[in-house]
Ligand binder design. Sequence first.
Ligand SMILES: [Zn+2]
Length: 192
Amino acid sequence: MAHIQVVNLCHAITTVDRNEEQTGMFYWPADDKGIYTAKSTYSRLCMGLTRSPTAGGIWRSWAPLRCKIFAWLTVQYRLWTSDRRARHGLQDAPSPCFTCLQEEDNVDHILTQCPYAREVWHQCFEVLQINIQPPIQTDTFTDWWLDKRRNFTGKTKRGFDSFVIATAWSLWKQRNARVFHQCTSIGLHRSR
Ligand SMILES: [Zn+2]
Protein backbone atom coordinates (compact mmCIF):
# COMPACT_ATOMS: atom_id res chain seq x y z
CA MET A 1 0.00 0.00 0.00
CA ALA A 2 2.82 2.40 0.95
CA HIS A 3 4.62 1.45 -2.26
CA ILE A 4 1.61 2.51 -4.36
CA GLN A 5 1.47 5.82 -2.52
CA VAL A 6 5.15 6.48 -3.23
CA VAL A 7 4.62 5.67 -6.93
CA ASN A 8 1.64 8.01 -7.07
CA LEU A 9 3.63 10.74 -5.32
CA CYS A 10 6.56 10.35 -7.75
CA HIS A 11 4.16 10.54 -10.65
CA ALA A 12 2.52 13.69 -9.24
CA ILE A 13 5.91 15.38 -8.71
CA THR A 14 7.48 14.46 -12.03
CA THR A 15 4.47 15.57 -14.09
CA VAL A 16 4.50 19.12 -12.69
CA ASP A 17 6.11 21.74 -14.98
CA ARG A 18 8.85 23.43 -12.98
CA ASN A 19 10.47 26.76 -13.56
CA GLU A 20 14.09 26.22 -12.49
CA GLU A 21 14.66 29.96 -11.99
CA GLN A 22 11.85 30.37 -9.56
CA THR A 23 12.39 29.48 -5.90
CA GLY A 24 9.96 26.96 -4.50
CA MET A 25 7.35 28.14 -2.07
CA PHE A 26 4.57 26.54 -0.10
CA TYR A 27 1.08 27.55 -1.15
CA TRP A 28 -2.05 26.50 0.72
CA PRO A 29 -4.94 26.39 -1.79
CA ALA A 30 -7.71 26.56 0.82
CA ASP A 31 -6.73 30.09 1.84
CA ASP A 32 -6.90 33.26 -0.28
CA LYS A 33 -3.40 34.31 0.72
CA GLY A 34 -2.01 30.79 0.33
CA ILE A 35 -1.11 30.61 3.99
CA TYR A 36 -2.12 27.57 6.03
CA THR A 37 -4.64 28.24 8.80
CA ALA A 38 -6.71 25.78 10.81
CA LYS A 39 -9.79 27.90 10.02
CA SER A 40 -9.35 27.56 6.25
CA THR A 41 -8.83 23.81 6.64
CA TYR A 42 -11.98 23.49 8.72
CA SER A 43 -13.93 25.55 6.17
CA ARG A 44 -12.66 23.28 3.39
CA LEU A 45 -13.67 20.18 5.34
CA CYS A 46 -17.16 21.62 5.94
CA MET A 47 -17.76 22.59 2.31
CA GLY A 48 -21.14 21.35 1.13
CA LEU A 49 -22.41 20.58 4.61
CA THR A 50 -25.73 22.03 5.74
CA ARG A 51 -25.37 24.17 8.84
CA SER A 52 -27.83 23.40 11.61
CA PRO A 53 -30.21 26.36 12.19
CA THR A 54 -29.51 26.14 15.92
CA ALA A 55 -25.70 26.06 15.58
CA GLY A 56 -25.23 29.84 15.74
CA GLY A 57 -27.59 30.21 18.68
CA ILE A 58 -25.79 27.54 20.66
CA TRP A 59 -22.12 28.12 19.94
CA ARG A 60 -22.24 31.94 19.91
CA SER A 61 -24.21 32.13 23.14
CA TRP A 62 -22.66 33.16 26.46
CA ALA A 63 -23.65 29.87 28.10
CA PRO A 64 -20.86 27.79 29.73
CA LEU A 65 -19.37 25.16 27.44
CA ARG A 66 -21.00 22.20 29.19
CA CYS A 67 -24.41 23.91 28.74
CA LYS A 68 -23.66 24.48 25.05
CA ILE A 69 -22.82 20.80 24.64
CA PHE A 70 -26.02 19.93 26.48
CA ALA A 71 -28.01 22.18 24.08
CA TRP A 72 -26.28 20.64 21.07
CA LEU A 73 -27.27 17.15 22.22
CA THR A 74 -30.77 18.37 23.05
CA VAL A 75 -31.60 19.67 19.58
CA GLN A 76 -30.43 16.33 18.15
CA TYR A 77 -32.58 14.36 20.62
CA ARG A 78 -29.50 12.69 22.03
CA LEU A 79 -30.20 13.24 25.73
CA TRP A 80 -30.71 10.02 27.63
CA THR A 81 -34.40 10.48 28.24
CA SER A 82 -36.51 7.40 28.88
CA ASP A 83 -37.85 7.24 25.30
CA ARG A 84 -34.27 7.06 24.01
CA ARG A 85 -33.32 4.52 26.64
CA ALA A 86 -36.28 2.37 25.53
CA ARG A 87 -35.24 2.68 21.86
CA HIS A 88 -31.77 1.43 22.82
CA GLY A 89 -33.16 -1.48 24.81
CA LEU A 90 -32.08 -0.07 28.19
CA GLN A 91 -35.64 -0.21 29.54
CA ASP A 92 -38.82 -1.92 28.42
CA ALA A 93 -40.90 1.15 27.69
CA PRO A 94 -40.59 4.93 28.06
CA SER A 95 -41.34 6.23 31.56
CA PRO A 96 -43.99 8.81 32.29
CA CYS A 97 -42.73 12.34 33.00
CA PHE A 98 -41.05 12.41 36.41
CA THR A 99 -42.74 15.73 37.20
CA CYS A 100 -46.35 15.53 36.02
CA LEU A 101 -46.59 11.73 35.57
CA GLN A 102 -48.95 12.38 32.63
CA GLU A 103 -47.00 12.21 29.38
CA GLU A 104 -43.92 10.42 28.09
CA ASP A 105 -40.52 11.48 29.45
CA ASN A 106 -38.86 12.87 26.33
CA VAL A 107 -36.90 15.98 25.35
CA ASP A 108 -39.80 18.06 24.09
CA HIS A 109 -42.02 17.18 27.02
CA ILE A 110 -39.39 17.89 29.68
CA LEU A 111 -38.30 21.22 28.20
CA THR A 112 -41.42 22.71 26.64
CA GLN A 113 -44.62 20.67 26.85
CA CYS A 114 -44.79 19.69 30.52
CA PRO A 115 -47.09 22.04 32.50
CA TYR A 116 -44.23 22.53 34.97
CA ALA A 117 -41.79 23.54 32.21
CA ARG A 118 -44.30 25.94 30.68
CA GLU A 119 -44.84 27.56 34.05
CA VAL A 120 -41.07 27.96 34.50
CA TRP A 121 -40.77 29.69 31.12
CA HIS A 122 -43.75 31.88 31.94
CA GLN A 123 -42.30 32.93 35.30
CA CYS A 124 -38.88 33.63 33.81
CA PHE A 125 -40.34 35.86 31.10
CA GLU A 126 -42.34 37.72 33.74
CA VAL A 127 -39.31 38.32 35.95
CA LEU A 128 -37.15 39.38 33.02
CA GLN A 129 -40.04 41.42 31.56
CA ILE A 130 -39.58 39.88 28.14
CA ASN A 131 -42.71 39.91 26.02
CA ILE A 132 -42.38 36.42 24.59
CA GLN A 133 -45.04 33.73 24.40
CA PRO A 134 -44.01 30.74 26.54
CA PRO A 135 -44.22 27.35 24.83
CA ILE A 136 -47.61 25.69 24.48
CA GLN A 137 -48.42 22.01 24.87
CA THR A 138 -47.73 21.12 21.25
CA ASP A 139 -44.47 23.08 20.80
CA THR A 140 -41.21 21.25 20.24
CA PHE A 141 -38.23 22.79 21.99
CA THR A 142 -36.17 23.53 18.87
CA ASP A 143 -39.02 24.96 16.78
CA TRP A 144 -40.21 27.13 19.65
CA TRP A 145 -36.70 28.45 20.29
CA LEU A 146 -35.99 29.17 16.60
CA ASP A 147 -39.32 30.93 16.26
CA LYS A 148 -38.92 33.15 19.34
CA ARG A 149 -35.30 34.14 18.74
CA ARG A 150 -36.43 35.89 15.56
CA ASN A 151 -37.68 38.67 17.83
CA PHE A 152 -34.10 39.60 18.74
CA THR A 153 -31.02 40.86 16.99
CA GLY A 154 -27.33 41.25 17.82
CA LYS A 155 -26.40 41.04 21.47
CA THR A 156 -29.99 40.69 22.66
CA LYS A 157 -30.27 37.58 20.46
CA ARG A 158 -27.15 36.14 22.10
CA GLY A 159 -28.64 37.01 25.45
CA PHE A 160 -31.92 35.31 24.61
CA ASP A 161 -30.10 32.21 23.35
CA SER A 162 -28.04 32.09 26.55
CA PHE A 163 -31.18 32.42 28.63
CA VAL A 164 -32.96 29.62 26.74
CA ILE A 165 -29.98 27.29 27.11
CA ALA A 166 -29.59 28.08 30.81
CA THR A 167 -33.29 27.54 31.49
CA ALA A 168 -33.36 24.27 29.54
CA TRP A 169 -30.25 23.14 31.44
CA SER A 170 -31.98 23.89 34.75
CA LEU A 171 -35.09 21.97 33.71
CA TRP A 172 -32.92 19.03 32.72
CA LYS A 173 -30.98 19.12 36.01
CA GLN A 174 -34.21 19.18 37.98
CA ARG A 175 -35.60 16.29 36.00
CA ASN A 176 -32.40 14.34 36.74
CA ALA A 177 -32.62 15.20 40.42
CA ARG A 178 -36.09 13.64 40.46
CA VAL A 179 -34.88 10.57 38.59
CA PHE A 180 -31.68 9.92 40.51
CA HIS A 181 -32.33 11.46 43.93
CA GLN A 182 -36.11 10.99 44.12
CA CYS A 183 -36.58 14.71 44.78
CA THR A 184 -40.19 15.83 44.81
CA SER A 185 -39.55 19.50 45.54
CA ILE A 186 -37.90 22.03 43.28
CA GLY A 187 -34.46 23.35 44.05
CA LEU A 188 -33.43 20.73 46.58
CA HIS A 189 -30.23 20.12 44.70
CA ARG A 190 -28.08 22.94 43.54
CA SER A 191 -26.72 22.62 40.00
CA ARG A 192 -23.06 21.80 40.03
ZN1 LIG B 1 -44.53 16.45 32.61
